[in-house]
Design a protein around this ligand. Structure first.
Ligand code: EPU
Length: 277
C-alpha cells in the first residue's frame, strides 16, 4: 500500500479543496479487508469526478483502489470488472467485444466503482440496470451481492456505510460492433455540447419530471459567479472553477442556486456531487 499526503485539487475534476493528510492506495484485496477492519473511519475515492473536498485539511484517511482492482474479464456475455477501471475503458472494451448495454455511459468520466456507487447514467438509465452482482468489502471480508439485494434508483445505490465496492459483474448482450460504435457516437455528440473546464459534471440531480439545468437557466442564473466559481453559460447545471475556486465558493454558489430555484419554482434541488472532508 502506498500512503502519501496530497490535496483535493490534485484528486478531483473540480480542482479545489485543501490538504489531504493520507491518501491510501490499496494494492490487494487482503490489504483492503485488513485496512477496512482497522480504520475507525475513512473516505473512498473513485475518479474524483463527483467529489469535492473541503478547504480545511482532511484528516480522515482517503482510500483509493490501486491496479489490482483495474481488471476486465469476459465470460460469455458477462463482464467481470474491477472498481478501479476507468468507465471509458470498460465502454471501449465492450464496444470492441461486440457487447451492448452500457452505451449510455459514454462520456461519463470516472471509475466503475464511483459509477456504481452513485448509479451513474443518463436521465432514465443507470449502470445498476446492467449489474448482475456487485463485489463489496467490509470489515468482515468480501461479499458478492446479487443486484436484487441492493436498493437503487436515479443516481442512488444503497451501499452500506463502511463498505467499499471492489468490482461488479455486468450482464450485457451481444450486439453488432458497428451499431454499438454508432450508438456511442450519438451519445458522444450529446456530451460534446457540455461545458469544458474544471467541473464535477452536473451539480444537482434532476428533480422528478423536470431538469435542474433548465430550472437554473430559467431562474436567470447562468453566469452567476462567487469567487472563482460560476454557473456555466453552456449548461446551467454545471459549476465551473476558473482555477482558484475554493470549496466555500462552490458551496455558496450552490446555496444561492437552491434558494433562487426554490423561490421561483418551489422546487428543492438536491446535490448530485458529494462533499468530503
Ligand atoms: N436545459 C436548459 N438550459 C440549460 C441546460 C439544459 O434549458 O442550461 C434544458 C435542455 O434544453 C433540455 C433539458 O434541460 O431540454 C435537459 O438537458 P440535458 O439534455 O442537457 O440533460 P440533463 O438532464 O441536464 C442529464 C444528466 C447528465 C447527462 C445528460 C445527457 C443529470 C443530473 N444529468 O443531464 O449527466 O450527461 O443527461 O445524457 O441526470 C452528470 O451526471 O454529471 C451529467 C452531466
Amino acid at each position: 500500500m502506498k500512503i502519501r499526503a496530497t490535496d483535493g485539487k490534485s484528486l478531483t475534476s473540480m480542482h479545489c479543496g485543501g490538504a489531504i493528510a493520507q491518501l491510501m492506495e490499496v494494492e490487494s484485496l487482503p490489504e483492503l479487508i485488513d485496512l477496512v477492519g482497522r480504520l475507525p473511519d475513512f473516505h473512498v475515492l473513485g475518479g474524483g469526478t463527483n467529489t469535492i473536498f473541503a478547504d480545511a485539511p482532511t484528516t480522515t484517511p482517503v482510500i483509493k483502489l490501486g491496479q489490482a482492482f483495474d481488471y476486465l474479464r469476459l465470460e460469455g456475455d458477462r463482464l467481470y470488472a474491477g472498481a478501479a477501471c476507468q468507465l471509458h475503458a470498460v465502454l471501449m472494451f465492450c464496444r470492441d467485444s461486440g457487447l451492448s448495454g452500457i452505451e449510455f455511459l459514454t462520456g461519463i468520466p470516472g471509475t466503475l466503482g464511483g459509477a456504481l456507487w452513485m448509479n451513474a447514467g443518463t436521465g432514465d438509465k443507470g449502470i445498476m440496470d446492467v449489474v448482475e452482482t456487485i463485489d463489496l468489502v467490509d470489515a468482515q471480508g468480501q461479499h458478492i451481492i446479487a443486484r436484487a439485494g441492493i436498493q437503487a434508483g436515479y443516481r442512488r445505490a444503497e451501499i452500506p456505510p463502511r463498505t467499499i465496492i471492489t468490482g461488479a459483474c455486468l450482464h450485457l448482450r451481444p450486439g453488432d460492433k458497428d451499431a454499438i460504435a454508432a450508438h456511442i457516437n450519438r451519445y458522444l455528440e450529446r456530451r460534446r455540447a457540455q461545458p469544458k473546464g474544471y467541473s464535477s459534471g452536473c451539480i444537482f440531480k434532476n428533480p422528478l419530471g423536470t431538469s435542474a439545468g433548465m430550472l437554473i437557466d430559467q431562474a436567470g442564473l447562468k453566469g452567476t459567479r462567487i469567487g472563482e466559481a460560476y454557473v456555466s453559460e453552456t449548461h446551467a447545471n454545471f459549476i465551473i472553477n476558473t482555477g482558484g475556486a475554493t470549496c466555500a465558493d462552490i458551496q455558496a454558489l450552490i446555496a444561492r442556486i437552491k434558494a433562487e430555484v426554490k423561490a421561483r419554482f418551489g422546487i428543492d434541488l438536491e446535490e448530485e456531487v458529494r462533499f468530503l472532508g
